[in-house]
Design a protein around this ligand. Structure first.
Ligand SMILES: Nc1nc2c(ncn2[C@@H]2O[C@H](COP(=O)(O)OP(=O)(O)OP(=O)(O)O)[C@@H](O)[C@H]2O)c(=O)[nH]1
Ligand SMILES: [Mg+2]
Length: 221
């Protein structure tokens, strides 16, 4: 049997394309966050909260990645910010080339670009897209062992949001264990405990991102 090793070259060329995307985003002084989680952990819900909080002060673009359809984009359209939908069809993640196809559609500067990656804890972590940083969302019903079982994302994510904390009384999720597992993978990770349903903990996340937006603005001066 003959084997063709494509995985590494794909990642290498993806990395190069991601660098080009990054140059483009840096040229616009945009803070780009690549939001990754299992299906249903709360990416769209958190994006919705971030947009509601930041949209009066900052210009925002959402890049919405889904295998098929535009359910989340339709849900977010009521927020009246610009949205670009990417349908990956057969791919379980966004890659730098898919995001590159969006760039010609970006006609103005955005302070904040929120990218909702395809719901998957594994593949999206492998592919850089030109982001400033990755944010992993882990929801409490998934279990506190996920950072141990799917370490790469938690190793790479600068920000980890533990969502659905309102469900803690009903699910088997030990916050201390989860934090230890995340910190074991990435001691520098910023970890937030929130509920997109009750808004608990979101203030701290907003303040953190506000500081990142400020830093981006200062860097361009
Ligand atoms: N109880 C509770 N439910 C939540 C919370 N955040 C989101 N949900 C619910 O969880 C479900 C999935 O949330 P979404 O925001 O659609 O999750 P997602 O990660 O965008 O899902 P996909 O795009 O399909 O991968 C929805 O029914 C939300 O209302 C939360 O903090 N607490
Ligand atoms: Mg979603």
């Amino acid at each position: 049997m003959k084997k063709v090793e494509v995985f590494k070259p794909v990642l290498v060329s993806n990395k190069e394309r991601a660098r080009e995307n990054r140059k483009f985003f840096d040229g616009m002084d945009s803070l780009v966050i690549n939001i990754i989680s299992s299906p249903g952990a709360g990416k769209t819900s958190i994006i919705s909260k971030l947009v509601e909080h930041f949209k009066n002060k900052h210009t925002i673009l959402i890049i919405e990645g889904d295998i098929k359809g535009d359910i989340d984009s339709s849900r977010l359209s009521k927020l009246k910010v610009d949205i670009v939908q990417i349908n990956t069809l057969t791919e379980c993640h966004l890659d730098a080339f898919m995001v590159a196809q969006v760039l010609p559609k970006i006609e103005k500067k955005y302070d904040l670009i929120l990218v909702e990656n395809v719901g998957n804890l594994v593949c999206p972590a492998e592919f850089e897209i030109g982001e400033d940083f990755k944010s992993a969302i882990l929801s409490t019903p998934e279990g506190d062992d996920k950072p141990l079982k799917y370490p790469l994302l938690f190793h790479l994510a600068k920000v980890v949001v533990i969502n659905k904390c309102d469900l803690l009384p009903y699910v088997n999720f030990d916050l201390k264990k989860a934090r230890e597992a995340i910190k074991g993978e990435n001691p520098k990770a910023h970890v937030f405990e929130v509920s997109a349903k009750t808004d608990e903990g979101l203030g701290e996340l907003y303040r953190f991102l506000e500081r990142k937006l400020d830093a981006k603005k200062k860097a361009k001066r």
